[in-house]
Design a protein around this ligand. Structure first.
Ligand code: HBI
Ligand code: FE
Length: 304
């Protein structure tokens, strides 16, 4: 079972066809991929959302804002208020895009759902964040296998108001094409997983959550901060790049940054030498520890 709010990694080739999942019709991705441009951008069609969908957004927002107030990084909460994200209806992307653009130069682009990695990286490199247009069904309020508009919008967009994080994510996108050429996208994807979807940051009163995967989930945010089960380790770029992850349960390790500058600076170095160094190294299991780890909390790992 996927953790609520999180999403699977589409970089994994399909076991039988070898195609990336987003290109593999047998996987039956949700979303309408017929009316879009070559770069996967589509229309949001805001008028097409039903009253029931706006109501579901309201319920999701009300629940997550309580979680966020208690557990989210200040930058996330500041972003939420700066964007004036609607609480009682699905947001119109254009409205929020204009506010976001004024703050950090990022815009939101509407996409049908999961898109291939090369397209995803290209958007990030252009300071465009792809946001899925469809909303989960009411019976999926706690359980979701692909990112929807609530995960993408509520989870990801607030931090794009944070200038350093915004620059970090653009540089991440820029490094995507090189990774594809070098065949190292798995390493880059792990960085996205742990440091965009499930990142923790030290705050003035303890560790806080900033990752979109946890902050769009009703239950993983509290788990990531309060539970004694997962490891909490100091962020180290090469270490993250060789750490396996689970898409079907809560994380077994979380990486903690001191501030977004730390992340941005790690992103400024050339990655090719790091990929080369990591080439022969073993993948570390999601619950693993290695001698060079700076361990903030050893997890009991009773979930595993
Ligand atoms: N597409 N719409 C969408 N949203 C994502 O988060 C996403 C994607 N395609 C690829 C992808 N994520 C990942 O493989 C990242 O790790 C890069
Ligand atoms: Fe996401």
């Amino acid at each position: 079972m996927f953790s609520p709010g999180s999403h699977p990694n589409i970089a994994l080739p399909h076991p039988t066809t070898g195609l990336p999942a987003a290109l593999d019709p047998t996987l039956g991705l949700r979303g309408d991929y017929r009316r879009m441009r070559a770069d996967y951008v589509t229309e949001q069609d805001w008028e097409g959302y039903t009253g029931a969908e706006h109501d579901l957004w309201r319920q999701l927002y009300a629940r997550q804002v309580v979680v966020a107030k208690r557990y989210a990084a200040d930058a996330f909460l500041t972003g939420l208020s700066r964007l004036q994200m609607p609480q009682d209806r699905v947001p119109r992307f254009d409205e929020t895009s204009d506010r976001l653009q004024a703050l950090t130069g990022w815009r939101i682009v509407a996409v049908p759902g999961l898109i291939p990695e090369d397209a995803f990286f290209l958007h990030l490199a252009k300071r465009q964040f792809p946001v899925t247009v469809w909303l989960r069904r009411p019976d999926e309020i706690d359980y979701l296998v692909e990112p929807d508009v609530f995960h993408d919008f509520f989870g990801h967009v607030p931090l794009l108001t944070q200038p350093v994080f915004a620059d970090y994510l653009q540089e991440y996108g820029r490094k995507g094409q090189e990774a594809i050429q070098l065949g190292t996208t798995r390493m880059l994807t792990r960085l996205f997983w742990y440091m965009v979807e499930f990142g923790l940051i030290r705050g003035s009163d303890g560790i806080k959550a900033y990752g979109a995967g946890m902050l769009s989930s009703a239950t993983e945010t509290a788990f990531s901060i309060d539970s004694r089960q997962p490891h909490r380790l100091k962020f180290n770029l090469a270490r993250v790049m060789r750490t396996d992850y689970r898409i079907d349960s809560f994380q077994q390790s979380y990486f903690v940054i001191d501030n977004f500058t730390e992340l941005f600076e790690a992103m400024q170095q050339p990655f090719a030498p790091i990929y080369a160094d990591l080439h022969g190294e073993d993948i570390i299991p999601a619950s693993g520890l290695i001698s060079s780890d700076v361990v903030l909390q050893v997890g009991q790992q009773t979930l595993a």
